[in-house]
Write a protein that binds this ligand. Structure first.
Ligand code: PMV
Length: 343
């Protein structure tokens, strides 16, 4: 096989500080509100995907973390079809190549589907690799979005905003960078893995149920998120940590309130997650100012944002309160310098 027929990409995880929850278009994956995230350093958490194609392959095949998985997932098929269509239009590869089957091999160095944005890194990685394999020139962020919404934010490093957009075709639902990874080097993320068990309600099902049943979600999308998105973008640009922390925690809390307001409710946080919330508030109260922010995605694991000078004390406190032997905590510290997808 020609070396040019094989591509490997590493993509970072992003953890939202203003959450995306709810779609206005299920097929195109268009959100009901803007969201903002921070891209984490790939040395701690990342996805790595290799793709190749060839005339000798008889079917499309995919391996996820070493396990062969069905390629029939509609989003996967959709992403590959879109990329091949662009390749055909741009004539970036021969027609014969378009009929070849692909092989995909993807690995995460962190728990999959436990509310740690694994699909975001995975799809960002996959589309970037396929775009390179088929030699197409396109906005990979848009392609990543149709794989998994939050993936569109993982193709940029630093602080990223995904604009919900208003167009029915999704042409203005794109991710842009608020500030790159060099902007606020003191910012750190601390991931506390409470559990690596796969979540009960997938984000796709949870979002759909919330859109159909939660009044709070309607209020959130219309009134809360537009204001918070502007305020947190400003806090990031001004490096105002206290404001950033307040908005991050409030938004995580409102997102989980929406989950509980959903019928049937989706419960992602556990007793340990709530204990972490309590500890962070007590710590901030003790300091007399906001020094640490927590945020929880669709799972029990915490992502804490803090400035580097705070890390040693907080790590000591967490290790003291939750000795790893008892609580199965895995603690990783990531620099927020993800950078763009790397080849
Ligand atoms: O992109 P999805 O379908 O995995 O949804 C992600 C939703 C949250 O992680 C809960 C929030 C977010 O903005 O990342």
């Amino acid at each position: 096989m020609d070396e040019m027929d094989r591509v490997t990409v590493i993509a970072p995880v992003n953890i939202a500080v203003i959450k995306y929850w709810g779609k206005r278009d299920e097929k195109l994956i268009l959100p009901i509100n803007d969201s903002v995230s921070v891209t984490l350093d790939t040395s701690i958490m990342c996805a790595k995907t290799s793709v190749c194609f060839g005339p000798e392959f008889t079917e499309n095949e995919i391996w996820l973390n070493g396990v062969k998985t069905s390629f029939s997932n509609p989003r996967l098929v959709n992403v590959l079809d879109k990329i091949k269509n662009i390749a055909a239009t741009q004539r970036s590869v021969d027609n014969a190549v378009l009929s070849w089957k692909v092989r995909v091999c993807s690995e995460n160095n962190f728990p999959t589907a436990a509310g740690l944005a694994s699909s975001a890194a995975g799809y960002a990685c996959l589309v970037t690799a396929l775009a390179k394999l088929y030699k197409i020139k396109t906005d990979v962020s848009v392609l990543a979005r149709i794989g998994s919404g939050s993936a569109c934010r993982s193709v940029f490093g630093g602080f990223v905003r995904w604009h919900a957009g208003v167009n029915a075709d999704g042409s203005d639902s794109i991710a842009t960078q608020i500030a790159d990874s060099t902007h606020w080097p003191e910012m750190k993320a601390l991931i506390l893995v409470v559990s690596d068990i796969k979540k009960h309600t997938s984000s796709t099902v949870g979002m759909m149920n919330s859109v159909n049943t939660s009044d709070l979600l309607k209020y959130r999308a219309k009134y809360t998120v537009p204001r918070r998105t502007e305020e947190i973008s400003e806090a990031i640009l001004k490096k105002d940590f206290a404001k950033f922390a307040e908005l991050t925690m409030k938004d995580s809390n409102q997102f989980h309130a929406v989950c509980l307001d959903t019928y049937p409710p989706c419960v992602y946080m556990t007793d340990v997650s709530h204990k972490i919330v309590e500890i962070i508030h007590a710590y901030n109260d003790m300091c007399g100012e906001l020094k640490v922010a927590y945020t929880f995605d669709a799972g029990p694991n915490a992502c804490l944002y803090l400035l580097d000078k705070e890390v040693p004390t907080l790590l000591k406190l967490i290790k003291y309160l939750f000795p790893t032997s008892n609580l199965d905590f895995v603690i990783g510290l990531g620099d927020v310098d993800g950078g763009d997808c790397k080849f």
